[in-house]
Design a protein around this ligand. Structure first.
Ligand code: TMP
Length: 211
């Protein structure tokens, strides 16, 4: 009987406009081109009913207390956990743009307590690797005006970056930090080499949860 090798759970994190979306797409395309079963996702996943509330909040058409929106972001991850688990167990690699760490970073940057923010994430599947695209405050400022969404303000993004740095330090065993100011090609090749090693390493490892 052949044993199904599980897929890898890879997450991209970073501030808005750090290049996560491009890098997660490039990695997914590369893995697929090599015949590796790969699915891309991003959080917030805006299509569910919870996701639609989050979308109205982010586009400023709805206001909610900070605690409430925080728990909605977390619930949006929980509602997809079974689906993610099944994909990984059947051998599909998942490339996920944002996860629990964005949840903690954005809410803690608003002033909510870090441990309180992390608590609802406990028990969710733990990524095998997080690729953190680190943007300097200068580069954030140079990017000029952010877009229309609620959090796209330079000063707020700097606070978010500080929380990401704290998480990166704390979760160093599976976080990989990259300077987001390098070229997209260089970044992609660095990320690819880590991801390819990872795929082999985790295939026989059990899934873990955030604790
Ligand atoms: P997106 O631009 O990657 O779709 O994310 C939308 C915004 O939502 C982004 O500014 C980060 C923020 N966010 C949270 O505040 N909490 C979360 O849990 C997640 C996943 C994203």
């Amino acid at each position: 009987m052949s044993v199904v090798k599980r897929g890898a759970f890879i997450v991209f994190e970073g501030c808005d406009r750090s290049g996560k979306t491009t890098q997660s797409r490039l990695l997914a395309e590369l893995l697929k081109s090599k015949g590796i079963a790969t699915v891309s996702m991003n959080f917030p996943e805006r299509s569910s009913s919870i996701g639609q509330v989050i979308n109205s909040y982010l586009t400023n058409s709805k206001d909610l207390p900070d605690e409430v929106i925080h728990l909605m972001f977390s619930a949006n991850r929980w509602e997809h956990m079974n689906q993610i688990k099944q994909q990984l167990l059947k051998g599909t690699t998942l490339i996920v743009d944002r996860y629990s760490y964005s949840g903690v970073a954005y809410s803690a940057a608003k002033g909510l307590d870090f441990d309180w923010c992390y608590a609802p994430e406990k028990g969710l599947l733990k990524p095998d690797a997080v690729f953190y695209l680190k943007t300097s405050v200068d580069s954030l400022t140079n990017r000029g005006q952010y877009g229309e969404e609620r959090y796209e303000k330079v000063e707020f993004q700097s606070r978010v970056a500080q929380v990401f740095d704290r998480i990166c330090y704390r979760e160093a065993s599976y976080w990989h930090q990259f300077d987001a100011s390098q070229s997209a090609e260089d970044l992609h090749s660095r990320i690819t080499s880590i991801a390819e090693d990872l795929l082999q390493k985790v295939e026989a490892q059990p899934l873990d949860t955030l604790s």
